[in-house]
Design a protein around this ligand. Structure first.
Ligand code: HGY
Ligand code: MN
Ligand code: MN
Length: 411
C-alpha cells in the first residue's frame, strides 16, 4: 500500500487553501460566500478532470460519483466539507474531501473496477457560521431537520437559506435532499483528529467508534441600558453582566459534570448598543455544549438553565433561551471500525479506537447508513486556527487506509 507523499494531493490542499476570504495562513470560506462558491467550482473541475460524474442537490451538497458495474446497488461513500469558519486552518474537512478524491483517483488509476458505485460527498455548511447550525447539508439528508425548519433560518444579515442557495445556483425542493435508508452501503469520513491524542501517543490512524453529542443554544438578554455616568450601580439592569455570569455558569457546569468529556464554550457574544458610555441593554450570546454522554450533557444543560434564570431574576434582566440544536451522539458501525483497523494494520500503521469530540457530517450520515471515521494526527491537536497542521505523510497514511476500505467495500 503506497504511502508515498501524493504531492498532487499536497498541491491541491494548498490550491484550495488559497481560496479564502482571509490571507494565508488563515482560511475562511463561509457557506455560499464568493470563496465557498469558488471552492465548489474548483472542486467540480478536479472531479471532471478525474472523469467522475457530478450532481448537486437543492441545498448544495455535491456528489462526485464513480458509477459501478451494478449502479442499482447501494453506493459506498466518503466525504467531508470544504467550508471553513473565519480564520480557520487548511485541513479541517479538506483532508476528507481531497483525500477522498485522491483515494478514488488512485483506485481508478490502479485499474479498480467497482461493482458498487463510489461517491465522494462535499457536504454543504458543515460549519455553523452562516446560519448558526452545523451540518445543515447532512441534517437535511438524514431528515433530522425539515425543509421548513431550514427555510426559517436567517443569517446575521437576515438573508434566508432559499435566497442564498438560489444565488448559489442551488434550485429545487429542499425536501428532495432527504436520502432513503439503504441508499448507501457505507460511509467513511477521513478527518484530522482536531485533538492531541494521536500525535501525543505517536499513533498513525484513529478509528472512530463514537461521535460526541453536540448541542448549542442562543440567549437573548434584555436589560434597561442607560447612561454610563448617570445611572447609579443599584439602579442598573446590565444585560452584559448577566451574560458574563451565565458564561461562567457554562464553564462551571462543564467542569462539575463528573465527566471529563463535557465541554462548554460561549463562543459568540454581541452587546448592544455597544458604546463605551452606554450600559449594555441587549445581549445575544451563543453557547456550544457537548459530551460523549447525552444524559450527562442534558443534566448539565438543565443546571445552566436554572442558574441562568436565577441570575436574570436577580438582575432584573429578561431572558429568551433558544435551542439551536441538541443532538444525540452517534455510534459507528462495528464492521466498518474493524475494516479500517484491519487495513491500517495491513499497512503496518499503528492504530487505535477513538471518540470524536468534534461533530462531523458522519454524525448525521450514521442516522441512515453504516458509518465510521478515519482520524489522522494534527499538530498539537490545533484546529479552527490558522496554524492547524497535518503532515503530508500523516495524510498519505489516512488516504491509503481509506482507499483500501473503499476498494474492499465497492467490490
Ligand atoms: O464544531 C465542530 O465540531 C466541527 O468542527 N464543526
Ligand atoms: Mn470544523
Ligand atoms: Mn470538520
Amino acid at each position: 500500500m503506497s504511502t508515498a507523499c501524493p504531492s498532487r494531493l499536497d498541491r491541491e490542499i494548498d490550491e484550495l487553501a488559497a481560496i479564502s476570504a482571509h490571507p494565508a495562513p488563515a482560511v475562511t470560506r463561509v457557506l455560499f460566500s464568493p470563496e465557498d462558491l469558488a471552492a465548489r467550482e474548483w472542486l467540480a473541475g478536479k472531479a471532471r478532470e478525474a472523469g467522475f460524474q457530478l450532481r448537486q442537490d437543492p441545498v448544495g451538497n455535491l456528489f462526485i460519483r464513480w458509477e459501478g458495474s451494478e449502479p442499482c446497488l447501494p453506493a459506498v461513500a466518503t466525504g467531508s466539507h470544504t467550508d471553513a469558519i473565519p480564520n480557520a486552518g487548511k485541513y479541517d474537512g479538506v483532508v476528507g474531501v481531497l483525500g477522498g478524491l485522491e483515494a478514488m483517483r488512485q483506485l481508478k488509476e490502479a485499474g479498480h473496477l467497482p461493482r458498487h458505485s463510489l461517491e465522494l460527498i462535499m457536504f454543504t455548511s458543515e460549519e455553523p457560521t452562516r446560519f448558526g447550525i452545523g451540518c445543515l447539508g447532512s441534517r437535511l439528508m438524514a431528515g433530522t431537520i425539515t425543509a421548513g425548519e431550514a427555510q426559517a433560518l436567517r443569517d446575521p444579515d437576515g438573508r434566508s437559506l432559499d435566497e442564498l442557495r438560489a444565488a448559489a445556483g442551488c434550485g429545487g425542493d429542499l425536501g428532495a435532499v432527504k436520502v432513503s435508508t439503504g441508499a448507501y452501503k457505507a460511509f467513511i469520513e477521513l478527518h484530522i483528529e482536531q485533538g492531541p491524542l494521536l500525535e501525543e501517543r505517536g499513533i498513525d490512524i484513529g478509528v472512530v467508534e463514537k461521535i460526541a453529542a453536540p448541542s448549542a443554544f442562543r440567549l437573548l438578554l434584555k436589560g434597561s441600558g442607560g447612561h454610563a455616568g448617570a445611572v447609579l450601580m443599584p439602579d442598573r439592569r446590565d444585560a452584559f453582566l448577566a451574560a458574563a455570569e451565565i458564561a461562567l455558569l457554562v464553564e462551571q457546569a462543564a467542569l462539575e459534570s463528573g465527566s471529563k468529556d463535557t465541554v462548554g464554550t460561549t463562543g459568540l457574544v454581541e452587546v448592544k448598543p455597544g458604546a463605551i458610555n452606554s450600559i449594555p441593554c441587549d445581549v445575544k450570546m451563543e453557547v456550544d455544549f457537548r459530551d460523549t454522554d447525552q444524559e450527562a450533557r442534558d443534566r448539565a444543560l438543565a443546571k445552566i438553565g436554572q442558574g441562568a434564570r436565577a441570575v436574570c431574576k436577580r438582575r432584573g434582566v429578561e431572558i429568551d433561551w433558544q435551542v439551536i440544536n441538541q443532538d444525540p451522539p452517534a455510534l459507528c458501525e462495528r464492521s466498518l471500525v474493524a475494516l479500517a483497523e484491519d487495513k491500517a494494520a495491513a499497512a503496518g500503521f499503528s492504530h487505535d479506537r477513538m471518540v470524536s469530540r468534534a461533530y462531523h457530517d458522519s454524525l448525521f450520515m450514521a442516522r441512515f447508513c453504516p458509518t465510521t471515521m478515519i482520524f489522522i494526527p494534527c499538530h498539537k491537536g490545533y484546529s479552527h486556527r490558522p496554524d492547524e497542521f497535518s503532515s503530508p505523510h500523516a495524510i498519505a497514511k489516512g488516504v491509503a487506509v481509506l482507499k483500501e476500505c473503499l476498494k474492499e467495500l465497492s467490490r
